[in-house]
Design a protein around this ligand. Structure first.
Ligand SMILES: [Zn+2]
Length: 274
């Protein structure tokens, strides 16, 4: 499967011995990397053995391109060859797929260390052994906690040959993007698209179609992208998050959109190239 799907989740190593493992180790949410010129390299099992590190909450993540990957937490170390960096810095230096492996590692570590005690009865929790899921289970009351992800929709709304782009007050001056928002509990993605667009810019949409998805691990979100067509209404911004919204032609959208690793720039690109 390693060629069909680059990352194979697994609680047990699938390939090679520990020397070849990729070790994603964190201290205060910063990733330990080996410095090689301007490149960041994930240390392997041999490097970690040499550094004589105690690793806490060690978990096998699965394999990336047929190399087993582990996550864990370590104390701070001082070594000229190594450095701790945050995931945003790491993302600028490597491919998006590799970045996501680092993100998975931090998400798994968070899940394990945030669920050491049961939220119902306060007793110790342990990783469930059976099955391939990552549930933590209470040793007293059987309460189970699965890794949490917060879904958010992101949508490109079009009206004939124009796209709706909005300026969020958090954005840098003069930049516009597609609309996005968190899914409420018990809400379908489609209803969330309708509600978010209506709340933020006061228009109704239809013909909602799935576009793609992107994990957004800052800290544990999942963006689900859609396209939708204008149905009715006039633009009226909420002034809470969105302070301006307009219909843009392809030419204008090309000029004003922000290029980024996010699915939002893929949606704008889809519109200007359609
Ligand atoms: Zn319990």
């Amino acid at each position: 499967m390693g060629e069909y799907i680059k990352f194979e989740p697994s609680k047990e190593p699938l390939y090679g011995e520990y020397k070849k493992w990729n070790m994603y180790l964190f201290h205060k949410d910063k990733l330990l990397v080996k410095i090689d010129g301007d490149k960041f390299i994930i240390p392997n099992g041999d490097d970690i053995k040499r550094l004589k590190l105690d690793v806490y909450h060690l978990q096998c993540l699965g394999a990336y391109e047929k190399t087993d990957c582990y996550s864990g937490e370590i104390e701070e170390i001082k070594d000229d060859e190594y450095k701790f960096i945050d995931l945003r810095t790491y993302s600028k230096n490597i491919s998006h797929d590799e970045f996501l492996v680092g993100a998975k590692a931090l998400l798994l570590l968070d899940h394990v260390r945030n669920n050491q005690k049961c939220g119902v009865c306060g007793t110790k929790m342990i990783m469930k052994v059976s099955g391939n899921d990552r549930a933590m289970i209470c040793t007293n009351c059987d309460n189970m906690v699965w890794p949490k992800t917060a879904p958010a929709i992101i949508v490109a709304v079009t009206k004939e040959d124009k796209i709706l782009l909005a300026h969020n007050k958090m954005f840098p001056e003069g930049t516009y993007s597609v609309l996005a928002g968190f899914v409420e509990m018990g809400e379908t993605f489609e209803d969330c698209v309708k509600r978010e667009v209506f709340e933020e810019v006061g228009i109704k949409v239809h013909n909602i179609k799935y576009f793609g998805s992107q994990p957004w691990p800052f800290p544990n979100s999942m963006m689900i992208g859609f396209t939708a067509e204008y149905l009715e209404g006039e633009i009226k911004v909420d002034n809470e998050e969105i302070v301006d919204a307009k219909w843009f032609s392809k030419e204008e959208a090309r000029k004003i959109s922000r290029k980024s690793i996010s699915i939002s720039s893929d949606l704008v690109e889809w519109f200007v190239n359609r």
